[in-house]
Every structure is written in C-alpha cells, then in structure tokens.
Design a protein around this ligand. Sequence first.
Ligand code: SAH
Length: 473
Amino acid sequence: MSDETDAKPALASLPAFFKLAGRRCVVAGGSDGAGWKAELLASAGASVEVYAGEPCERLERLAADEPAVTLHRRAWTKADLDGALIAIVDAASDAEAADFRAAAQGAGAIVNVVDRPAFCDFQFGSIVNRSPLVVGISTDGAAPVFGQALRARIETLTPEGFAAWARAAQEWRKDIAARDLPFRARRKFWEAFAALAFERPDLAPTDADLQGLLAAVSDEAVEAARRGRVVLIGAGPGDPELLTLKAVRALQSADVVLYDDLVSPGVLDFARREADKLDVGKRGYRPSPGQPGITARLVEFALAGKVVARLKGGDPVIFGRATEEIEALQAAGVDVEIIPGVTAASGAAASLRASLTERDLARRVQYVTAHGRDGALPEDMDWRALADPGATTVVYMGVRTMPALVARLQAAGLDAQTPAILVERASWPGERRIAGTLATIAEMTARCAPTGPCILLLGAALSGAAARLQGAD
Ligand code: SAH
C-alpha cells in the first residue's frame, strides 16, 4: 500500500469528446488561426458558419472545398451566434474578445478565443488522430509546445493501423452485444482484441480474427497456449532517438527483453516497466551466457508463450550473429521477425557529417570486421578490395588489430595518406572522434586508449570530415 492520501489532484480541465455532426458552430475572424479552427470543426462534421470581412486563403479554400463550411464576408454580429453550440473568434483586441464572449454565452454557446486563454470556456488540445480513436492532450494553456512534444511521443507509440482496429471494433460491437455474453466474457473479448491490436497493429483485423477472438473467449486455454515469438530488434548505435518507430512499438509489447552490451540504457527505457530485462552481453572479461546459451534462452522463452525482444546494437544483421539465432528459432518452430536498426557506420557518418559515398571519390562502401574467430586479424580478407582507393571502408571491431590492418593495407597498395577517422561511442554521450591518415591512425588510437566501442572509417570520401576535425584541434 502506498502512503499517499486519497485526495485526487484537481482536474485543470475536463477532457470531453464532442459529437458535432450537423451542429451549428460559429467562427469569427479571417486569420489563419480562425481558418485552422474552422477546418478542425468541419473535420468533426460540424456545420460551420464563418464570419470574416477579410478571409485568409485557408478560409477561402476551405469554404470552396467543404460544403459544410459557409463563408459570410462580413464581420460577426450578435444575431449570428443564435443556436451555436461552439463559438470561436480570433479577436483583434481584448474588447472584441469580451463582446464576443458575452454575446456567445448569451446565446448558450461555449467560447474559444484564439490565443487569449483568459476568455476561453474551452481550449483545443493537441490531437493524435486515429479516428474513431482520438487522443487529446491539454496543458490548460500552460505550455502548448510541451503538449505538442508529448503528442509527438504518443504519435510514435500509436500505430496508424489502430484506426482500422478501432473501426473494426465499431463494426463488431453490435455483433458482440447480440451474443449476450456474460460481462466477464465480453470484457475478456475486448482485452484479447486490444492485445491482438498491439501485437499486429499494421494488419487490419479480419473476420477470421473475430472468430479467433470469440473462440478465445469461450476457451481460456487458447489464450494460455498462445505461441510466443522473437523479434530481433536493431537498437541503433546508442542514441535512443535513432530507434525506429517499429522498434519502439515492439519493445512496448515485449514480455522479455534480452539485450547486448552495446545497447544503451536509454533504449531499454522504451521497454515496458514490467518486462523482464536480461543482459546477455558477450564481453570477454566477465561471465556471459555465450551465443549458444543466448539462443537456447530465446527458444525457451518463446516456447513458453512469451513475446521476446532480442535487442542488438546497431543493425541486427550486420556483424550481429543473427543467422545463428534465426536458424535456431526457426528450427524450434518459433516465429522470428527482424526490425532493422541504424548501423554503427551510419551513426558514425552522421556524427561526422560525412557522406560515405562520393561521386568521384567513393563509388563503393564496404563494411568489414577486423576481428577473426580467434581475435586476430583474419588472413582471408580481400586485400585488393580493401586497398581500392575508390572505396570507403568501415571497420567494425577493429581496435585490437588496427596496427596489423593498416600495415597490410599499405602493403596492398593503399596510400598512406588516405584519410582515416576513428569514432568511439558514436551517438553516445562522450563520443570521441580521432582523425588522421592510414599511416597515423593506429598510433593515434593507441594514445587515446579508447574504452567504448570504436569504428574505423577509411577513404578519400572522408577527407572533408578529417580536415574539419584536424582544423578543430
Ligand atoms: N550490429 C552492430 C555491430 C555489432 S559488432 C551494428 O550494426 O552497428 C560490434 C562493433 O560495432 C563494435 O566493436 C564497434 O566496432 C561497432 N559499434 C557498435 N556501436 C558502436 C558505436 N556506438 N560507436 C562506434 N562503434 C560501434
């Protein structure tokens, strides 16, 4: 039990959702702000009367395109407010705002005055529209931009496909009611409906889903036996803002999250609070489950009916040993989905404000790892390709073997002056960038003694970025 008191904090304003179909609403004023409100009312089905001596372009267009909007090319009068449910004005002064408000309230309307909260009976919030599902956000006028920022967050968490799910719910509602199910069964149906919507937001529900959900209601065991699955998610190079929307949504619906070392804590914050979060990092210096152990756990969780998020740094299909996990899961009959991520090379290039391709300098990009099975530089690398002066080369896991790598590249004919940049912790706080040449980069790296993940970028396309970094020294 918490020791909080029972007193509820006061509600600054009441969120209520109005049905406006065919209702008379008045908008006074010719500004863009007035136009925007008129548009909003019309999109909610209102019959909108606009009074504006000098209507802006938006209003002209709206009146031309939208039969429910009538534009009267004159200033508003008291009589115009008769029968209005909602009255909105973009007033030129406080005096006009006060007159309008008195007239509108006299006619029984509720009032909004654009940008003058003191005269408002109600305010428009920020909207997330997945009609018939609608989310409104209000800060009671305190900080609209804060409200918009929150709206952006909620947008990302509310799949577009929810509109189709909400429409299906509207259609199915009658059908469900007609079945005369006991309250608990009905509730269970809608819970299962919501769970399915979260699981498969982008696939519009079908009649088969309806039948499936009804079957689940009548047979509790069906739900328990629901098959788990695994989503391999690219966590990006570090900055959580670089997650894809799909990754965020998948994290929100996972029961278990298995993550690597390179996944930043900010990324994990997107997982549900109740989800189990397991660190399965594979650092050499401390015990870790090892790849076979990780794969076995993925299979085990999925077979137990869990939705498992397997978070891997960067993109899961680039030096992520994804094949082993995918094959083991498929062999065990577990569904696997892959959500791509921003690979470290892209993250580093973005930090450097550099393009990895350049029409005449770099027609090719190659991602290589300089870390063989035994930790040494792999012998069987394609040295000719790596020494191609017309390519940009990005080296993953290349710190330990860098001296050997640069020696081999020079021996293979790559110019010692080729620009070389090391980025440590790309996109993380504490990111470091070291610019040099093929001849100097290994020694510069050793001097900096990096402790975070590092990526090496080589090639003529990086000359601009290298010069900028060296100029900043
Ligand atoms: N799947 C990952 C790569 C995994 S291999 C991806 O697509 O990025 C691990 C190597 O990736 C590290 O040794 C390092 O070379 C590189 N790496 C990952 N994150 C990095 C980061 N934020 N900054 C620099 N290098 C990074």
